[in-house]
Design a protein around this ligand. Structure first.
Ligand code: ADP
Ligand code: MG
Length: 731
């Protein structure tokens, strides 16, 4: 009997060795520090290659967001081109982040033909500053229909350009924002940058009231921890569901999953370690400070975390981390799965978005300070966060939606769809006490803070891991937003976060200004306001187990929204209060939001539509034939045994079990087929999305139940798809 594709793959995998890291001939070899950023057109390169006055003005543009001097563009473009060509580049591309959720690029050569049949290298300032990709096929939610297809990319000098690719055919990547002819945002970076400006504007108002005259802006800082799965590529290519949908649509639970908890923080398998080292090497060259690597909870699951950076840069870097993970995996014979739920029954992957606000003097505004006044500042920003998460919970919820993230949120492994804030015992008791407001001694261990006079007791720093169930946890000097999906562009969650925070700070600043204008002394005004805010927003604070059923009931009593899936969350995107958060802060216009809502409904419906069609195809063309073959084999066995024994035996019972599920699968596939046809006839985006959630998903699940049961009954050797145990444990 010749070996099946599965058997051949397993044999090859058993013999495979770690792949040594890729050595780039042109990279400096001395040390990691010498290599760090060697593919980035960073400040050091700019300083070396630009005339001093041009460099100074560009720095202004980069840090203060002063507009770029157009006369400088040619000089900068030329320096960039020379630097890139020296390092093996032949092409450049404007790199942008359209609403597809991925990045986009179109490469153009630096070469321009001359009349005498030669070529010269050319890259003018205008090519650096603006591009016009043929953009008619990007999602725009009606903003840009094909007859008015113009979309532009504009250079974003606040995040560095870099080189990608290997050897002598590399490409210069220029980060850009993407917008329509009418000036509307078609990407995720434009609103992200607007949200950073908004939160900076409102935070500065508060800093000024507290007497800070030096800070010129406030920036959101983000460190995103990225989870992912690795599966061997030889098995991956035999799973069309992993290849097309990123997750398994069929597959019975393996005998061993994550029960023994022996994978988490376990010793890293050598093939995986070689992969991680290769990834890190590439990330260092791109100036991405990859810092932490470890095994995650599920078998085959791992994590990488860089050091935190300005959110605009952190967003680009997270997109690049995902890209480098995918590309490098291929080199090492793996496929990297970034989907939120590749395997049923074991943990899925998320992204922890560590977020803080930092002023231009380098002070972290979420750091409890040493002095009473610094503490007033900390408490005001803390109150801002509580207000943002409480009052604008739906905006935050919309920032983490997605068909794939629906598999995690609310399941028993990730924070629920209900947003709450974890502060830890000491901080919770402090704000409870202040909410009491009167200056009386609170309960024991509850110090009363008098603004401007007393200081916060020092808070324990190790609060971070005490509550891994919280979607939004205070971890000493930052908040960790844990509900993001592993595949998501972090811009979306941070637009929501910055937008909600800007609104909250706006309100706080206005109330303080009003009190001061009425003659209230500053400390009194702050004290009174904090008491009011802590009282009002106490319901968002929850230090208990977010995974418990009791919390769902308790949260409902507290009036916290529980939007359990993407469609129900998205339906609120057009609520006046939700839109006001973004429009009042100049982050998204009403038209931009309407288009985004439409795009996101469409995206959800398409994602599930693709899954449903593939589930149908795999069920019919791959699983059912194997099951029917085995059923026929069993029929013969049962018939022959009955003939020999003179009566039907257990073989017949076994045959009937297989037949029961095979018939069940045929019936379930027929239902799915009819529903897929019905879905394709729908044109309204909301309707399609609702139909996908309410009809397609349950119909797919019904097919899966029979198919997975058959997997457990049929002969292993003939099963046409690699099994969970093989996908999860072979590396
Ligand atoms: P923890 O274990 O408490 O989650 P880590 O030190 O492991 O904290 O940090 C996790 C992530 O948070 C890293 O990416 C780290 O760089 C980032 N981080 C640390 N401090 C800050 C901060 N002030 N603002 C934003 N992110 C931060
Ligand atoms: Mg963490």
């Amino acid at each position: 009997m010749s070996a099946t594709a599965r058997e051949t793959a397993l044999g090859d995998i058993a013999a495979s060795q770690p792949v040594p890291p890729f050595e780039r001939p042109d990279a400096p070899r001395e040390s990691v520090t010498a290599e760090f950023g060697c593919d980035v057109f960073n400040e050091r390169v700019m300083r070396e290659r630009l005339p001093r006055d041009v460099y100074k003005r560009l720095r202004e543009t980069m840090s203060r967001r002063a507009p770029l001097n157009p006369a400088d563009a040619d000089v900068i473009a030329n320096a960039m081109k020379d630097w890139a060509i020296e390092r093996g580049a032949t092409h450049y591309t404007h790199w942008f982040q359209p609403m597809t959720g991925l990045t986009a690029e179109k490469h153009d050569a630096f070469l321009a033909p001359t009349p005498d049949g030669q070529v010269l290298s050319e890259f003018a300032g205008k090519m650096l500053i603006r591009g016009e990709p043929d953009a008619s096929s990007f999602p725009s939610g009606g903003i840009r229909s094909t007859f008015e297809a113009r979309g532009y990319t504009a250079w974003d000098p606040t995040t560095p350009s870099f080189l990608m690719g290997e050897g002598s055919g590399r490409t210069l990547y220029i980060p850009t924002v993407f917008y329509s002819y009418t000036g509307e945002a078609l990407d995720r970076k434009t609103p992200l940058m607007r949200s950073v400006d908004a939160v900076s504007r409102q935070a500065l108002r508060i800093l000024r009231l507290l007497g800070n005259t030096t800070a010129t802006d406030v920036r959101a800082m983000v460190g995103a921890e990225q989870e992912y799965f690795l599966v061997d590529r030889r098995l991956y290519v035999q799973r069309p569901d992993l290849m097309l949908c990123g997750r398994t649509l069929y597959g019975a639970r393996p005998a061993k999953g994550q029960e023994l908890e022996d994978h988490y923080f376990g010793s890293i398998p050598s093939r995986v370690l070689a992969f991680m080292q290769d990834v890190e090497r590439r990330l260092f060259a791109l100036g991405i400070p990859a810092h932490t690597r470890h095994n995650e909870v599920a078998p085959g699951q791992f994590e990488i975390a860089p050091v935190f950076e300005d959110v605009n840069i952190a967003t680009d870097h997270n997109m690049l981390i995902m890209e480098v993970l995918r590309r490098t995996a291929r080199r090492h014979g793996f496929a990297c799965l970034l989907h939120e739920k590749p395997f049923a029954g074991v943990n899925g992957s998320g992204k922890h978005n560590n977020w803080s606000l930092c002023d231009s003097d380098g002070n972290n505004l979420l750091n409890p300070g040493e002095t009473p006044m610094k503490n007033a500042q900390f408490l005001l920003f803390l109150a801002g966060v509580l207000r943002a998460v409480h009052k604008y919970a739906i905006n935050l919820r919309i920032g983490i939606i997605g068909a794939s993230n629906d598999h995690r949120l609310g399941a028993n492994e990730a924070p629920p769809a209900i947003l709450s804030v974890y502060l830890g015992e000491s901080l919770s008791s402090i704000i409870k006490c202040m909410a009491g407001g009167s200056g009386e001694e609170g309960p024991k261990n509850c110090p009363y803070i008098e603004i401007g006079v007393s200081a916060l007791p020092s808070l324990p720093r190790d609060v971070s891991d005490r509550n891994r169930t919280s979607p939004f946890a205070f971890t000493g000097n930052k908040f960790e937003f844990r509900a993001l999906g592993s595949s998501q562009n972090i811009a979306t969650a941070n637009i929501s976060l910055n937008g909600a925070m800007a609104c909250a700070l706006d309100d706080i600043a206005t109330r303080l200004e009003t009190a001061l204008a009425a003659g209230t002394p500053l400390n009194t005004a702050i004290q009174t306001l904090l008491a009011e805010l802590f009282q009002e927003h106490m319901p968002i604070v929850f230090d208990g187990n977010n995974y418990s059923a009791e919390w769902v009931e308790e949260a409902a009593r507290r009036g916290l929204p529980n939007l359990t899936d993407t469609v129900s969350a998205l339906e609120h995107y057009s609520d006046a209060e939700v839109m006001a958060v973004f429009s009042s802060q100049g982050i998204l216009s009403d038209r931009e939001m309407a288009s985004r809502q439409e795009i996101l409904f469409e995206h959800y419906a398409h994602s599930i539509g693709i899954e449903a069609n593939l589930a149908l195809r795999l069920g019919r063309a791959v699983i059912l034939p194997a099951a029917l073959d085995y059923q026929e084999h069993l029929a013969k066995v049962a018939e022959r045994t009955a003939a020999l024994a003179g009566e039907a035996g257990v073989e017949t019972t076994y045959f009937r079990r297989v037949r029961g599920h095979a018939s069940g699968l045929i019936g379930a596939l027929d239902v799915l087929e009819a529903l897929c046809a019905e879905a394709s006839g729908k044109s309204c985006a909301v309707e399609k999305a609702r139909f996908a959630r309410d009809s397609l998903l349950p119909a797919m699940q019904a097919c899966r139940e029979h198919a997975d049961a058959l997997e457990g009954l049929c002969r292993d050797r003939d099963w046409p798809l690699p099994l969970y145990a093989e996908l999860l444990w072979m590396y």
